[in-house]
Design a protein around this ligand. Structure first.
Ligand code: MG
Length: 372
């Protein structure tokens, strides 16, 4: 593929309702959409999932904008790309900055799949025609509000509920959910809000038959998580701590977790995400696809990724309407009977609504030659 033009669209989308986690609250989502065009006029789209603030990781929209524009985009334009999986090596001269790398790599995967007339899911090795939907419920003002939010999502057909927790907002809400929904597939995400001093509190969660507790300890840690996993019966799932397949291998060797949350943005792209998937599959460890409040572009990539065989736990895969009054893609991502169809059209299988993207754009930069 001769990539002749790359455009970055920094957009700002208002969230339908504020989303709160242990690290902060979002009322809008700033994100960067990546548009990549080759010399046949085919176009691929990706999304850089860095947030405006460095709460989830050190990357932000601003750092990604800088790193993509100054370093990564020129590396893509400099010579033809045979296959999207080549980009990780080509980007290796830039340390970390994985969300910036993944945004460009995703656009290249979409372009590659379109050039070959194949759905992205198929190109990645997906085997499912539909993926199970799950929803992440942010921290709420009180248990009644949390229970009401959960009722609403169950009525919409979601099969798995994930709630955000932090010390003091954990045992009571989880006990209340369990009283009302004894058999609901339920899990809790702490986004690193606990330490080993909290072992008694985390151990108390064993009584509630959670699918897993996600990232209870430090975002960089796999050692303390191994200590914790030995102490509690609930499976630990790692999210922030796993920046690539090497981390996943170390964490599994140490016994730091029994489940891994895979996010292409966090690990530098779809090729690395697939590597983690394959490693976990070989080790008999289930994975699921995490969410980063993506717009429809990132959401479409997540759906394709989650069609791989070892994604056996419902991911943070929700409808467009869960977050947005209006999404940037056509058609909307929809949940029916608890499932999302994996598109069978070429590439990500959703069309980008350019007019709406233009309206939501804060700034734009185009690189290379050709019409902009
Ligand atoms: Mg998480």
């Amino acid at each position: 593929m001769n990539i002749r033009r790359i455009a970055l669209h920094h957009i700002r989308l208002p969230l339908k309702a504020p989303f709160a986690a242990s690290y902060g609250t979002y009322t809008e989502r700033e994100t960067i959409l990546v548009e990549m065009e080759d010399d046949t006029g085919a176009t691929g789209w990706g999304e850089c999932v860095a947030f405006a603030e460095p709460w989830y990781s050190e990357e932000t929209v601003e750092t990604a904008w800088h790193v993509m524009g100054r370093f990564l985009v020129p590396a893509v334009l400099e010579r033809p790309v045979g296959h999207p999986s080549e980009l990780a090596d080509r980007f290796a001269f830039v340390r970390r900055n994985r969300m910036a790398k993944a945004g460009l790599e995703q656009a290249c995967w979409d372009l590659y799949a379109k050039r070959n007339g194949l759905p992205l899911a198929k190109v990645l090795g997906g085997v499912r025609h539909e993926v199970e939907a799950g929803v992440a419920v942010g921290l709420q003002d009180g248990t009644d509000a949390l229970l009401a939010a959960i009722e609403g999502y169950l009525a919409e057909g979601y099969r798995r509920i994930k709630i955000k927790i932090k010390p003091g907002l954990d045992l009571e809400p989880i006990a209340a959910i369990r009283r009302r929904h004894p058999d609901l597939p339920l899990m809790a995400d702490a986004n690193s809000a606990y330490t080993l001093d909290d072992i008694p509190r985390l151990k108390a969660l064993d009584a509630f038959d959670l699918l897993m507790i996600e990232q209870p300890l430090d975002a960089d840690d796999i050692v303390d998580h191994a200590v914790l996993q030995r102490e509690i019966a609930t499976p630990v799932c790692l999210d922030e701590s796993i920046a690539g397949a090497a981390d996943a291998r170390r964490a599994l060797d140490l016994g730091s977790c029994r489940i891994i949350n895979v996010k292409a943005g966090r690990v530098g792209g779809l090729a690395e995400a697939k590597r983690i998937h394959d490693l976990c599959e070989a080790r008999g460890v289930p994975v699921w696809c995490g969410g980063m409040l993506e717009s429809g572009v990132g959401r479409a990539h997540n759906i394709a990724l989650a069609s791989l065989p070892n994604f056996t736990i419902p991911g943070d895969l929700s409808s467009s309407s869960r977050y947005w009054h209006r999404d940037v893609v056509h058609p909307d991502v929809t949940v029916k009977d608890g499932k999302i169809q994996v598109p069978d059209g070429p590439g990500i299988g959703f069309d980008v609504d350019r007019e709406f993207v233009a309206r939501m754009t804060v700034r734009r930069a185009a690189f290379g030659s050709g019409p902009s």
